[in-house]
Design a protein around this ligand. Structure first.
Ligand code: SAM
Ligand code: SF4
Length: 330
């Protein structure tokens, strides 16, 4: 039986955080380099992740994205990818989100292991601003990672940029040009209240609408599909037929919870049914407590039934989750 939540949403998409550690200090995520919340012994082993992935796929999960923290900080990620790739074709999309810093030296092994797609975060094309946003002087390295992803055939290479007022909103058109010049799928993401520094404010959010209007003043866009299904992004082509794609992800100003198909597994084995969940479901203790496969399936099904109807960012009583994006797994 496929996983269904109590609002009849079919759950097909699992994001697995491999670690809550990171070598970057993005101000919108983990600005102060807080010590990781998870202790070494509470982090799921690759054997546990592979075992659970197989169970999730047997329950109808079709897409798995490995994320973090910075997933490539963990050793031997290609080995884990190879294990999860054995679940194809029932699982038909295996992706990785990375800050790119260590990507080039793993690119070939990841490709050979069966990784289908990669998303690289890139929040500025200016060296100084990149350093200011991420805390690391690594623009060149990340640009090399983008080239490496293309060379290794991870097409279409996706780029994520979180657009924040006063920090990189003056680069929106440059990002769109970069997408055209390099045939990239460029995702513009609204800033969400998931930063560990609790700096988020509504004034810092640049709406998806504003992002699109800014791009269209220079590069007119054409909506690719009138429905986005359970996808988070509205996808646009360049109206003049240039290569590349623009994706706009606007969870704050254009909530898409009604179509959500995602659940998350944190690095320490907690199921989170929403980015903004205030409760978690401790799958790790169930697995380590010697539960049978049937018990584990029952636990997952029950957790999914408790998936929240929507987020409450725009409600007066909104409570920011205690864990930041780096822990939850973006
Ligand atoms: N370290 C990897 C990276 O940066 O790509 C993977 C983990 S990161 C948490 C995943 C994605 O979440 C990144 O693209 C990042 O830009 C995004 N993200 C982090 N904090 C965010 C926030 N407060 N609002 C919106 N997106 C955020
Ligand atoms: Fe690290 Fe990614 Fe968060 Fe930046 S967005 S601090 S690279 S986990």
């Amino acid at each position: 039986m496929p996983l269904l939540d109590s609002y009849n949403r079919r759950i097909r998409d699992l994001r697995i955080s491999l670690t809550d550690r990171c070598n970057f200090r993005c101000f919108y995520c983990l600005p102060n380099g807080e010590p990781p919340l998870a202790r070494k012994e509470t982090i799921l082993t690759f054997e546990e992740i592979a075992y659970l992935s197989e169970i999730f796929v047997s329950l109808g999960i079709e897409k798995i994205r490995l994320t973090g923290g910075e997933p490539l900080i963990r050793k031997d990620v290609p080995k884990l990818v190879a294990e999860i790739a054995k679940l194809k074709p029932a699982m038909n999309d295996l992706a990785l989100t990375t800050n790119g810093f260590d990507f080039p030296r793993h690119a070939e092994a990841l490709k050979l292991a069966g990784l289908d797609r990669v998303t690289i975060s890139l929040d500025s094309l200016k060296r100084e601003n990149f350093l200011d946003i991420t805390g690391v002087d690594a623009l060149e390295k990340v640009l090399t990672a983008v080239g490496s992803a293309k060379e290794h055939g991870f097409e279409p290479v996706k780029i994520n940029a979180v657009i924040v007022r006063g920090r990189n909103d003056n680069e929106i058109v440059d990002f769109a040009r970069f997408a055209r010049d390099h045939a990239l799928s460029f995702r513009f993401i609204e800033f969400m209240p998931l930063d560990s520094g609790h700096e988020w404010s509504r004034e810092m959010v640049v709406s998806g609408r504003e992002i699109r209007d800014t791009i269209e003043k220079v590069f007119p866009l054409k909506l690719k599909e009138t429905s986005r299904g359970s996808e988070t992004a509205w996808k646009y082509a360049f109206a003049d037929g240039a290569p590349g794609e623009i994706g706009i992800i606007a969870p704050v100003t254009e909530m898409f919870c009604g179509q959500c198909s995602r659940i998350r597994l944190t690095a320490d084995g907690q199921i989170r049914t929403c980015l903004f969940s205030t409760t978690e479901h401790n799958l790790r203790d169930i697995v380590r407590g010697g539960a049978t496969r049937t018990d584990i399936v029952g636990f997952i099904e029950n957790a999914v039934l408790k998936k929240e109807p929507r987020h409450y960012i725009n409600d007066a009583e909104f409570v920011m989750p205690s864990r930041s994006m780096s822990f939850i797994g973006g």
